[in-house]
Design a protein around this ligand. Structure first.
Ligand SMILES: [Zn+2]
Length: 349
C-alpha cells in the first residue's frame, strides 16, 4: 500500500510500504477515507524537530474498519471511525482522569507504539490501530461525503480548540481573545462561542482567516500584535483585558501576547505545542493574578461530546480545510501549509 514517509526536512514522499496486519488481539485495520496535515507536522518538515531516520507520519484520519482482532468488542468491520491523534486504552487511571494523552498504555501514530510493531502514520491508505476499543470512536452511518471534513476535524483540531476553551474556563457571557489563526485557533473560536462567550476577539492579520473567524463567531478582529494588539484587546474589554485568552500557537511571542491580553484574575488556556521556548513569567502572573492552564489536548474524551453538534451542522469545523489533494500529492500539501497558502489540507487516499 501507499503511505507518507518523512525522509528528512522538506523530503516528504508517498512510498510503497507493507500492508498492515493484525498483530495483537486488540488491533483493528482501518482503511483511511480522509487524512490531513497538522501544523505540528510542519515542525519535522521544517527541521525544527529532527528526523533521525525515515519514518511514517500523519496523525489525523477517519476511515472504515476492515478487520478487527479477536479481543475487539467496541468496533466492527464496516464501521466508520474517527481516530484521535494518539492511541489510548480509555480505561487506565490517566484516561479515567480525562488525560488520555497520558494513557499508561498508549502511544503516538508514526512512533514506537510499545506494542510490538512500529506504528503506522495516518497519512496512508491503511492504518493498524492498536487498542482499537479505546482509541476509535464509531460514527453511526450512513456518512455523507460532505460530512467527512467535519468528522476529520474531531481527530485533532476541533478537540484541541475545545481544550483551550475548557482549560481557560470559558463561561457564558465571557470575553475571549484567541491568539493564533491556524486551524486550531479557528476551532477555538467555534469552541468559545459554543460555550457561551459573547465577545470573541480573533487576533489575525490574514483576510481569509479573518473572514472564517467571523463566520465561526468572532465578534471582533485585531490585526495588531505586541503592545498595539494588547491595547486593542483592552479597548474592546472595558480597558482591562479579556476574561479568557486562548493561546493556539506555541511560541514565546504568542504566549507573551496571550498573558498580557488577559485581564487581572483571568485565565489563559494554552494548546500551542511549545516551540521556540516559551517560559512562564511568574512575577507578572503573580502581580495580576493571571492563571495559565492547558497542555496537549486529550481529544479522545471530547469526540462524543462534540460529534452531535458537528453532525447537526451546529458547528462547522470542517471549513478549516481549504484545500483537498490526493494522497499522492502529499509533498504539495506540506508545502502549501508551510507557505501558508492553505489553512489545512485534506488528503484523500
Ligand atoms: Zn489509558
Amino acid at each position: 500500500m501507499l503511505a507518507t514517509v518523512i525522509h528528512a526536512p522538506r523530503d516528504i514522499r508517498v512510498d510503497t510500504v507493507a500492508d498492515p496486519v493484525l498483530s495483537t488481539g486488540g488491533d483493528a485495520i482501518v482503511k483511511v477515507v480522509a487524512a490531513c496535515v497538522c501544523g505540528s507536522d510542519l515542525w519535522p518538515y521544517r527541521g525544527i524537530t529532527p528526523t533521525h531516520e525515515p519514518h511514517r507520519i500523519g496523525h489525523e484520519f477517519v476511515g472504515v474498519v476492515e478487520a478487527v482482532g479477536a479481543d475487539v468488542a467496541a468496533v466492527a468491520v464496516g464501521d466508520f471511525v474517527i481516530a484521535p491523534f494518539y492511541v489510548c486504552d480509555n480505561t487506565c487511571a490517566n484516561c479515567r482522569n480525562g488525560v488520555s494523552t497520558s494513557c499508561l498504555n498508549g502511544g503516538w501514530w508514526g512512533g514506537d507504539d510499545r506494542l510490538g510493531a512500529f506504528a503506522d502514520g495516518g497519512q496512508g491508505e491503511r492504518v493498524r490501530v492498536p487498542l482499537a476499543d479505546g482509541t476509535l470512536v464509531v460514527v453511526p452511518g450512513p456518512i455523507a461525503d460532505d460530512e467527512v471534513p467535519g468528522l476529520l476535524a474531531l481527530s485533532d483540531v476541533m478537540g484541541t480548540g475545545h481544550h483551550a476553551a475548557v482549560s481557560a474556563g470559558i463561561a457564558p457571557g465571557d470575553s475571549v481573545a484567541v491568539v493564533g489563526d491556524g486551524a486550531v485557533g479557528l476551532c477555538a473560536i467555534i469552541a468559545a462561542k459554543r460555550l457561551g462567550a459573547t465577545t470573541i476577539i480573533a487576533m489575525s492579520r490574514h483576510p481569509e482567516r479573518q473572514a472564517l473567524a467571523q463566520r465561526f463567531g468572532a465578534t471582533h478582529v485585531v490585526a495588531e500584535r505586541g503592545d498595539e494588539g494588547i491595547t486593542r484587546v483592552q479597548e474592546l474589554t472595558g480597558g482591562i483585558g479579556a476574561d479568557r485568552v486562548l493561546e493556539c500557537v506555541g511560541t514565546k511571542e504568542s504566549m507573551d501576547q496571550a498573558i498580557r491580553s488577559t485581564r487581572p484574575g483571568g485565565m489563559v488556556g494554552y494548546v500551542g505545542a511549545p516551540n521556540g521556548g516559551p517560559e512562564l513569567p511568574v512575577r507578572p502572573l503573580f502581580n495580576r493574578n493571571v492563571g495559565v492552564n492547558g497542555g496537549i489536548a486529550p481529544v479522545r474524551g471530547y469526540i462524543e461530546e462534540l460529534l452531535p453538534d458537528v453532525r447537526s451542522g451546529a458547528i462547522e469545523p470542517g471549513l478549516v480545510f481549504d484545500l483537498e489533494l490526493p494522497l499522492t500529492d502529499v509533498a504539495e500539501a506540506y508545502a502549501a501549509m508551510d507557505e501558508r497558502r492553505a489553512i489545512k489540507v485534506l488528503l484523500r487516499p
